[in-house]
Design a protein around this ligand. Structure first.
Ligand code: HEM
Length: 444
């Protein structure tokens, strides 16, 4: 007789909360212990809802490829994202992805390089007095600002320099508020005027005003515009509703801001921790493009810099991959109930010792030409399959150019005594920020 598949094993749940409390207090610590005790598939409960955590690349392949039609995204936080591309499913998602995809193709990404250069030249200028006075710089704030300016300039044709701090504050309130609400068993509706709810709705309003302001400005200008916002306004000749465009603007702004801002921060952390790596990047830059920022043609020549970016995205991938099962399924021999939350942490898969020997060691050589081939699902900083990150190519080019701008002008050293630990909110950020001292490399 063939045995019925069982639910994956896991730690004993609290009768009402399931594993919410342990997960919320320390997601990576909790999941790492669960992997140690139960293996690569862990059965959990988030409140009363079944959840399955997957770490093994073979199992992730089933989720994102072989059985992908059985797994959908959950509509969360409609008040923030509305029906934007990252949260909708089915025909609506296909239509949106088709509309957006051309703006993320390599040709468009390369076309945006001069805009990225402008933003980075401004950063290098702004940092000069900070380097001269050797005062600590909060790099996490700087990198989130940079990520915001990048996405606004390249995709929305907007200069957010003066609004950057307000937008960043609103986005931070939303990120914390969403993480908090996700793990609350009893959620008061947002209209109940608690201080948290008021702050959350205030942040939504601030971003709404920004998005609707951009839309109104562009409609008033009436000219032809060759950017994504222009395409959204005139979707296939039909004027789209302001609400639909606002949903897309907020989705892209927040997806890019959180993930790119955090990824750039981790990159700077790596450069500060490994000065010999920064020096090698510096040498490569000098040999490839002299003292200029890399052009589109120069980027493929930055092989070592690219290895550093790839290895940083291995050690500090910022995203999570989360789906909900439509029907019951089997993954890795275990039953996945219908309506279960099935989730993957690239951060933990990228530390799977079977696929990444000595996983905690920072070693760009893992990505050198001729290094052993990877299991396609063992490295997923941008996800895999049809719902993988739309902005992956943007993020890589932004990372290469940011490293180039920073390293060719400055040496970074960590302010001593600070604790650097990852905080896995929606996007994995350094919990206490990242403070560095900038030292000029002596050529301006
Ligand atoms: C280093 C930076 C970034 C990282 C690590 C990252 C990572 C991710 C991950 C892990 C996903 C989820 C994939 C899944 O659920 O299967 C995702 C989705 C997405 N990302 Fe990114 N991302 C980054 C930058 C960006 C940028 C710059 C943009 C846009 C300008 C962007 C737009 C999106 C969108 C729209 C989705 C949803 C795609 C869909 O559901 O069809 N991301 N990203």
């Amino acid at each position: 007789m063939v045995a019925e598949p069982r639910l994956a094993p896991g730690p004993r749940p609290h009768p009402l909360l399931g594993h919410i409390r342990a997960f919320r207090n320390d997601p990576f610590g909790f999941l790492s212990e669960a992997i140690r005790d139960y293996g690569d598939i862990v059965g959990l409960r988030l409140g009363l809802r079944p959840a399955v955590f997957l770490r093994h690349p073979d199992h992730i392949q089933v989720l994102l490829k072989a059985h992908r039609d059985n797994y959908v995204k959950q509509t969360l936080f409609r008040v923030v994202f509305g029906d934007g591309v990252a949260t909708v499913n089915g025909a609506a998602w296909r239509r949106q992805r088709r509309l957006l995809a051309p703006w993320f193709q390599p040709r468009r990404v390369s076309g945006a390089i001069p805009l990225l250069h402008d933003v980075l030249k401004d950063l290098v200028r702004r940092w000069r007095p900070l380097a001269d006075s050797a005062q600590p710089v909060e790099l996490h704030l700087e990198m989130k600002r940079l990520a915001l300016l990048f996405v606004a300039r390249t995709l929305l044709g907007a200069d957010l320099c003066s609004a950057a701090t307000a937008v960043r504050n609103a986005a931070d309130v939303l990120q914390r508020g969403m993480a908090e609400r996700l793990f609350r068993i009893v959620r008061l509706p947002l209209w109940v005027p608690t201080p948290d709810n008021r702050a959350f709705l205030g942040a939504v309003k601030a971003l709404d005003q920004l998005a609707y302001g951009l839309i109104a400005e562009r409609r008033a200008a009436r000219g032809e515009s060759d950017d994504l916002l222009g395409a959204l306004l005139e979707e296939e000749g039909t004027p789209a509703s302001d609400r639909a465009i606002r949903d897309q603007i907020l989705t892209l702004l927040l997806a890019a801001y959180e993930n790119t801002g955090n990824a750039l921060t981790w990159l700077c952390y790596v450069l500060a921790r490994h000065p010999e790596v920064a020096d090698r990047v510096h040498d490569e830059l000098l040999a490839t493009c002299g003292t200029a920022l890399p052009s589109r043609e120069a980027l493929p020549g930055l092989r070592y810099t690219r290895m550093v970016v790839d290895e940083t995205l291995r050690l500090y991938p910022t995203g999570w991959i989360v789906r909900v099962s439509r029907a019951e399924d089997i993954i890795g021999g275990y039953q996945v109930p219908a309506s279960a939350v099935v989730f993957v942490s690239p951060y933990l898969t990228h530390r799977h010792p079977e696929f990444w020997p000595d996983p905690e060691r920072f070693d760009p050589a893992r990505f050198a030409d001729g290094a052993p081939a990877l299991h396609a699902f063992s490295y997923l900083p941008f996800g895999e399959g049809p719902r993988q990150c739309l902005g992956g190519d943007h993020a890589i080019v932004e990372s290469l150019l940011t490293v180039a701008a920073v390293v060719s002008h400055y040496r970074l050293s960590l302010v001593p005594g600070q604790r650097i630990e990852p905080e896995p909110l929606f996007s994995v950020a350094p919990r206490h920020g990242l403070k560095v001292i900038l030292q000029s490399r002596g050529r301006h």
